[in-house]
Design a protein around this ligand. Structure first.
Ligand SMILES: Cc1cc2nc3c(=O)[nH]c(=O)nc-3n(C[C@H](O)[C@H](O)[C@H](O)COP(=O)(O)OP(=O)(O)OC[C@H]3O[C@@H](n4cnc5c(N)ncnc54)[C@H](O)[C@@H]3O)c2cc1C
Length: 233
């Protein structure tokens, strides 16, 4: 199905282009199933509108879930390994990078070169002297930054049904906290991370207190767990 959707589409087709014709051809039942799959498999991964996504890239990329590997001990050990022997200054935001073929000056300190890896949406907070070359700016204008957020909840006990691969999914209407990672086995305490993306972040997360968000997430998890128990799955 996915191959037939992208096979005839131009390489530059957006997901919106490809999906609009396909969704219009579906029965109401199939449309609901397709929308739920889009919510969880595409929107939760990307968090941007479909006109900003490449149909080919998004539909042909393998998703997450089955077969994923968890890193025992967490990502921290990778960072510790890479940081060994380096002088690292935490909580020291860089404000200005002056660069030329002769080298760089970062907040007044000279260096041979600078590798700048801050998130793209923070780039405007930096003063770059001179600014980025035209080709860099043109490339950056074609990259969107998605809105995807995670909320971690810790409980006294794991009261929700456990799942072999640690992923819990909930098809809510309209989309909300659609996916949880059950971190209990990994971190050793009953804990879930709830994911939310795109418009749902604005509807259910932003502008609310931490407590309101926590209650909303716990409610969604409770509804999902109740449904699982009722349906015997
Ligand atoms: C909600 C959410 C869930 C995700 N889940 C997963 C997942 O399950 N698996 C996965 O593989 N990836 C996941 N990702 C993606 C992953 O977190 C990112 O791809 C990865 O962290 C990007 O790494 P980075 O080094 O580019 O940027 P970041 O990790 O954002 O690091 C940028 C660093 O730059 C620092 N910085 C910013 N401004 C300055 C400044 N002026 N001066 C100095 N330092 C500055 C910041 O403090 C930060 O430490 C998730 C992302 C989000 C938002």
């Amino acid at each position: 199905m996915i191959e037939s959707l992208t096979a005839t589409a131009p390489v530059t087709a957006s997901l919106a282009d490809v999906l609009s014709a396909h969704l219009a051809s579906l029965t109401p039942r199939d449309l609901l199933a397709a929308r739920q799959a889009i919510d969880l498999d595409i929107d939760l991964e990307n968090g941007v509108t479909h006109d900003r996504l490449s149909a080919r890239f998004v539909l042909e990329e393998p998703g997450v879930g089955l077969g994923d590997r968890w890193l025992p001990g967490g990502y921290g050990q990778l960072l510790q390994h890479l940081a060994a022997g380096l002088r690292i200054r935490l909580s020291t935001p860089v404000r200005c990078i002056e660069w030329s073929t002769a080298g760089v000056v970062v907040d007044g300190e000279k260096a041979d070169c600078c590798i700048c890896t801050i998130p793209l949406w923070l780039l405007p907070t930096l003063v770059l002297v001179p600014g980025l070359p035209r080709t860099h700016r043109a490339a950056l204008e074609n990259i969107s930054v998605g809105l995807v957020e995670k909320v971690l909840l810790r409980f006294d006990e794991r009261w929700w049904p456990a799942n072999d691969n640690g992923y819990l999914r909930w098809y809510d209407e309209p989309a909300g906290w659609g996916e949880w990672l059950d971190l209990t086995d990994g971190v050793g305490v009953p804990m879930v991370a709830a994911l939310i993306a795109g418009d749902a972040v604005r509807r259910r997360h932003h502008g609310r207190s931490d407590q309101q968000v926590a209650i909303d997430v716990a409610g969604a998890l409770r509804r999902w767990a109740g449904e699982r128990v009722r349906s015997g799955r």
